[in-house]
Write a protein that binds this ligand. Structure first.
Ligand SMILES: C[S@@+](CC[C@H](N)C(=O)[O-])C[C@H]1O[C@@H](n2cnc3c(N)ncnc32)[C@H](O)[C@@H]1O
Length: 215
């Protein structure tokens, strides 16, 4: 069993090596202050778990499920949960949100989970997907969300003009996919800041937070 120190070091190391953060994104901290998370919450593409763990800690009314397709991410999320005394507080699942057959998903994402989520958090997952992947991802979110449920989706914006980084997501791309004729209502579009590892772009990139309701 690795010591607490070596686990802590490993988390720090993967954060540096993989250019990811070890704290929740600012827009997530802000949404917590706005009481944005209650009921069953899905962190879609949770990475190494900081957003999910923060929501679970700060929002007692939220039951958080965090899913990522990369098993190694969940291993780190699990180690962090242990270090923070939060083991078992977030359901950590390896799962592919592009999977179109719910029977092949873990229970928390399978057919019995249809319509069971009140909120989906998408913290820079949608903007990492190509167009064909988005066409499979959005129906999965729709299947899992209850009618009236919300997606909080933060994406890097086209106003971020420095070369590199994730795919930029103009407002028009979101409105084309999420609109009343496709069963969604985009209720909010706000400027936001993506927090990065401090060695990359000084730790900040221009982003937008979309609040999207399932009709
Ligand atoms: C840019 S990272 C964002 C991680 C985290 N949400 C955050 O804010 O730090 C995008 C994440 O989406 C995950 N992802 C990509 N495709 C996925 C899929 N099909 N199913 C589940 N997770 C996926 C990646 O493995 C990665 O951890």
């Amino acid at each position: 069993m690795a010591s607490s120190y070596s686990l802590r070091f490993s988390c720090l190391w993967i954060a540096v090596v993989e250019n990811v953060l070890t704290w929740p994104q600012k827009f997530v901290r802000d949404l917590v202050l706005r009481r944005g998370f209650s009921g069953r919450v899905l962190d879609a593409g949770c990475g190494i778990g900081d957003n999910a763990l923060y929501i679970a800690k700060a929002c007692p009314g939220a039951e958080v499920v965090a899913v990522d397709v990369v098993a190694r991410c969940l291993e780190f999320a699990s180690a962090k949960a242990g270090l923070r005394g939060m083991r078992g507080r977030v359901a950590l699942e390896v799962g592919d949100l592009l999977q179109q057959d719910p029977e092949r998903m873990p229970d928390t994402l399978g057919p019995r989970a249809n319509g069971s989520y009140s909120v989906v958090l998408d913290s820079y997952t949608f903007d990492s997907l190509g167009d064909p992947e988005r066409e499979r991802y959005v129906p999965t979110l729709s299947r899992l969300l209850r009618p009236g449920g919300l997606i909080y989706m933060s994406c890097m914006s086209e106003e971020e003009t420095r070369p590199g980084g994730a795919r930029r997501v103009p407002i028009g791309d979101i409105l084309l996919i999420f609109n009343k004729s496709t069963g969604w209502d985009v209720e909010g579009i706000e400027g936001s800041t993506m927090e990065l590892h401090p060695t990359f772009w000084g730790g900040k990139a221009k982003a937008r937070l979309f609040t999207i309701r399932k009709l």
